[in-house]
Design a protein around this ligand. Structure first.
Ligand code: AHG
Ligand code: MN
Ligand code: MN
Length: 334
């Protein structure tokens, strides 16, 4: 009898994809998988629990109001990761500074993690898909020492693994270690992720564009021209593309990854670098996009080649199907 492969079985069968000490990725991903299941449980019952739904009335470092689930998810991922011994430190959207795990076990960890514990948090209260995004690097500092900022300010090309969880109509975990992109769906009744989307490839062309068009008037000329191109009959499909914008990056990205499309969060007059954070939003999804055959660009530069200068740095972001990203870059630079 055949059945789907579990995430655990898959990782073990693909140990060669992670050419470091055996078992490290498996341990690290199993910590992420555990926290994801706990967060998933709370997301699913959020509407019934005042402890979980709504705002904390506090602001995070970005000046954004934190939702209770932002804080809860952040705690769950920190707890799960600091107890494994693979990870020596973590940087999160919800914490101003890096967190260096200060136990002998954690100090011996070879990896650092960057995480957006809950992405799309404005959608929590209205029952719309949200997600978690993570990115894994090898540390720069010596094993045994405390992690420092230097371990985190690495360009995206140095990522050894990246992934996201989408809490959608079903819950999925999608990851890459640089050997293709693989998607797993949670079977909620037994709490196991099964391989449902092996070797995901993004179509080279798509017919979906995702952008907050409310900002249209303050986009630069090249972006405006590309949006007009999407709305016209002059594009690759010969008829207007469909506009789809959920407002949860993970969910918009996931749809475009499977169906073909482009997601854009360009700079505006007020925010020339846009809104999305390089280290724990843009780079991990750029790694996945590229591994699936797509592209991620700021309009001027490949996202994964940017040398970060600060933890919560923002960059303009264009990600998705190869031909669509190339087209918008052409408009920006024409
Ligand atoms: P987060 O909830 O982690 O702060 O991220 C929100 C991001 C992203 O998920 C989404 O695509 C974008 O903000 C939406 O921003 P706008 O409401 O400005 O379109
Ligand atoms: Mn986010
Ligand atoms: Mn977030």
């Amino acid at each position: 009898m055949n059945r789907f492969t579990t995430l655990g079985e898959f990782i073990i069968s693909r140990q060669a994809d992670f050419p470091y000490a055996k078992g490290e990725l498996s341990s690290l991903l199993s910590a992420i998988r555990l926290a994801a299941k706990v967060v998933n449980r709370e997301v699913n019952r959020a509407g019934l629990s005042h402890d979980i739904l709504g705002s904390t009335f506090q602001q995070n470092i970005q000046g954004e109001v934190q939702q209770k689930l932002d804080v809860y998810a952040n705690e769950q991922f920190i707890i799960a990761l600091q107890n494994r011994g693979e990870v020596c430190g973590l940087a999160s959207e919800e914490n101003e500074d890096i967190i260096a795990f200060d136990t002998p076990l954690a100090r011996s960890g070879k990896y650092v993690i960057m995480i957006d514990p809950l992405d799309g948090s404005s959608n929590i209260d209205v029952n719309v898909s949200i997600g978690t995004i993570f990115s894994v690097y090898r540390r720069k500092t010596d094993i045994g020492s405390l992690a420092t900022l230097e371990d985190f300010l690495q360009p995206g090309v140095e990522q050894v693994a990246a992934g996201y969880i989408i809490y959608g109509s079903s819950t999925m975990l999608v990851y890459t270690t640089g050997h293709g992109v693989h998607g797993f769906t949670l079977e909620p009744s037994i709490g196991t992720f099964f391989l449902s989307h092996p070797n995901i490839k993004i179509p080279e062309d798509g017919t979906i564009y995702s952008v907050n068009e409310g900002n249209f008037n303050s986009f630069e000329e090249g972006i405006k021209m590309y949006i007009q191109h999407c709305r016209s009959n002059e594009n690759a499909s010969g008829k207007p593309y469909s506009a789809r914008y959920i407002g949860s990056l993970v969910a918009d990205f996931h749809r475009n990854l499977l169906k073909g499309g482009i997601y854009m969060y360009p700079g505006t007059i007020k925010d020339p670098n846009g809104k999305l954070r390089l280290l724990y939003e843009c780079n991990p999804l750029a790694f996945i996009a590229e591994q699936a055959g797509g592209l991620a660009s700021t309009g001027k530069q490949r996202v994964m080649e940017i040398q970060p200068t600060s933890l919560h740095q923002r960059v303009p972001y264009l990600v998705g199907s190869k031909n669509m990203v190339n087209k918008v870059v052409e408009f920006i630079n024409s």
